[in-house]
Design a protein around this ligand. Structure first.
Ligand code: UT7
Length: 332
């Protein structure tokens, strides 16, 4: 039997209209454009301001655009997997809401929780589903409304995050394109350094949790930074070595957009020049599961069929990993 690969055949994306600039942020907390640009690299981020709209709103816009671009009919979709840390509700899944809104009547749908690594974990899982031969078209979405859990009086986290969503169509091919390999890792020792203290089953919402600001992102930035650089560097190096990839034949590095200094360090380790590293942190900030597919969305026209891509991410858990992907199409 011929080997089946899972190839990306299209990208859709959505970011909200509202632009939160560093200038506006500087009026909310004690910070400056200069500090944010030198320490993080974010100039502005998009915020979903409208009351009553959550992650599914952005996700469904991204999926609708994806369907329109690929010409795939909603009823042809076998499965929608949606990576998010900011679901619309605790239950049902955000993916189930998206599937109804886009008319994916024959799909099963579920959310995957892996923080900022959500997209690469989910892409890898979806690719094994396609490789099994049982599923032909799987939609993988990365979507987060980070503004729903950012404390806009905390200067240590407020500048970092933004809202956004993007989706890819994954389909079967017998050619040597698509998701070719991955190294994915998790270490639960990361819990104290990056989490939300309340709202889960350990500490359900209460007056106490609200009074004590426990429904916001808690991050010990320096520690997370250190682990992000060392762990991402290790997996990208291992994956590159395994496949004989280096600065000459890696066409694109697609890193999670958490901090420009982290992106720099990882690119240096791979010896890939910065003009072959996808970067949009300046415009969107860290959209968690959204960052990597939003990079595809922004850079789609620059990619060529056969390009070698290394994706890499790091997030709460800790979760981290790298994916080797061969791009499958020239965009029109
Ligand atoms: O996506 C999930 C994974 N997350 C990450 O990968 C994030 C990793 N961490 C980081 O990106 C960085 O650690 C941060 C951007 C969060 C922070 O940057 P840093 O260079 O590690 O700064 P710091 O927290 O060590 O703070 C340095 C100084 C402190 O002042 P003192 O103590 O030196 O006087 C902070 O109080 O900068 C101060 N500071 C700020 N100043 C102006 C912290 N935040 C701000 C701010 N504006 N927004």
């Amino acid at each position: 039997m011929e080997k089946i690969n899972a190839v990306i055949t299209g990208v859709g994306g959505y970011v909200p209209d509202y632009v939160l600039t560093n200038e506006e942020l500087s009026r909310m907390v004690d910070t400056s454009d200069e500090w944010i640009m030198t320490r993080i690299g974010v100039k502005e981020r998009r915020i979903l301001k409208e009351e009553g709209l959550g992650t599914s709103y952005m996700a469904r816009k991204a999926v609708k655009q994806l369907l329109q671009k690929t010409g795939v009919k909603p009823e042809e979709i076998d499965c929608i997997l949606l990576a998010t840390t900011t679901p619309d509700y605790k239950f049902p899944s955000t993916a189930s809401i998206v599937s109804e809104k886009v008319g994916a009547v024959n799909a099963f749908a579920m959310d995957i929780s892996a923080a900022c690594c959500g997209f690469i974990y989910t892409l890898d899982l979806a690719s094994t589903m396609i490789q099994s031969g049982r599923y032909k078209k799987v939609v993988v979405v990365g979507a987060d409304k980070m503004s729903s859990m950012v404390d806009y009086s905390d200067r240590a986290t407020a500048p970092i995050f933004g809202d956004g969503a993007a989706a890819v169509m994954l389909e079967a091919t017998t050619e040597e394109f698509g998701v070719l390999d991955s190294i994915l890792r998790t270490d639960g020792k990361g819990l104290p350094y990056l989490h939300m203290k309340a709202g889960g089953s350990v500490c359900p919402p209460s007056y106490f949790s609200i009074d004590n600001q426990m429904h916001y992102i808690h991050q010990e930035g320096k520690t997370v930074f250190k682990y992000a650089v060392s762990n991402m560097s290790a997996v990208v190096t291992d994956l590159a070595q395994k496949h004989g990839l280096n600065g000459d034949n890696i066409h694109w590095v697609v890193p999670h957009q958490a901090n420009l200094r982290i992106i720099d360090a990882v690119a240096q380790r791979l010896e890939v020049p910065m003009d072959r590293v996808m970067i949009n942190i300046g415009r969107y900030g860290n959209t968690s599961a959204g960052t990597i597919p939003l990079c595809f969305w922004d850079y789609e026209k620059q990619m060529k069929k056969g390009d070698n891509l290394i994706l890499t991410a790091f997030g709460a858990g800790f979760t981290w990993g790298a994916v080797y992907l061969k791009w499958g199409y020239d965009s029109k």
